[in-house]
Design a protein around this ligand. Sequence first.
Ligand code: ATP
Ligand code: MG
Ligand code: MG
Length: 350
Amino acid sequence: GSTIGILGGGQLGRMLAVAASRLGLKCHVYDPGSDVPAAEVAAHATTAAWDDEAALRAFAGSVDVVTYEFENVPTASLDLIESIVPIRPNRRALAVSQDRIDEKDFLRSLGLATAPYAAVDDAGSLDAALAEIGAPAILKTRRFGYDGKGQARIMSADAAAAALAEMNGAPSILEGFVEFSHEVSVIGARGLDGAVACFDPGENRHEDGILRETTVPARLTASQRTDAVLLAAKILTELDYVGVMGVELFVTPQGLVINEIAPRVHNSGHWTQDGCLIDQFEQHIRAVAGWPLGDGARHSDVVMENLIGDDVDRIPQIAATQSAIHLYGKAEARPGRKMGHVNRITGPVR
Ligand code: ATP
Ligand code: MG
Ligand code: MG
């Protein structure tokens, strides 16, 4: 196809549209919001609600394939779009990653390690889950959480009621606390022909539940690195996936434990823009457009730093250093809002 529809017009959609444009492809972005960073770089943009049937039909009719930068598009909207044009990655990948219980059930079915978990709907099921899993634990909403929102830590059983109140009645999951030494992620891709290519794992540091920094290479042994790539490939192949996926991992003495998967380009893969010949955005566009994938090879060591809220005020100083600057063109720098990122090359690959 020559026009790609993108559901969601945030920074990920924007960087996808830039990558598509470099490949001579046009993008049509669909987003219900008012501040849509992708709109100004895409050839077409529709600002309409997720349940606007006429707008969805017109959007789907104008493109050759639809992808997404946002995994919480309502099911009914996806059904309508899919009756007109293919969606890549496919609906199963979306369904599995939208719900933390379904996600962990799926990962366990592949024999992969996750935190111990149990569904929580009320005080009774939380008590039962805590009795089984023990504290410390984390209570999370099953759906819609990002940047650590919709989560409460339970350090001991007497904190259970307060944590449950924070879920506001939303269906939830209790996860045992994983004692990890550090966090890494693999950005993997699978093409329409079934070929898989993974980028080198990056090491992620979070602050206040938000990704702060990704460093490549990650601190991993050769066998951990192989494990990380193999498990990502297994997930991609099992889902008959087409596109880029982010797989977040905890590194523990017992091996790699999967935290969550994201069926899209991922913040922890932004380093690829300046560390690889073909970055995650081009890779995703290549996959959904049916092109051959890049091999994922990395030419440099990189540190990616997110610019969150007021961090953008440091741009003049950062611009005076040798850093690749990626700004999203967002109008307002609210606290916790991702405004951009910078990539610093720290050396050639050794
Ligand atoms: P994202 O923005 O990555 O989608 P999210 O809101 O989905 O974030 P998670 O990735 O589940 O949240 O959790 C955020 C962070 O909290 C993790 O990166 C990790 O540092 C910590 N965390 C989450 N679950 C666990 C766990 N079971 N054990 C230990 N730490 C955890
Ligand atoms: Mg998440
Ligand atoms: Mg996460």
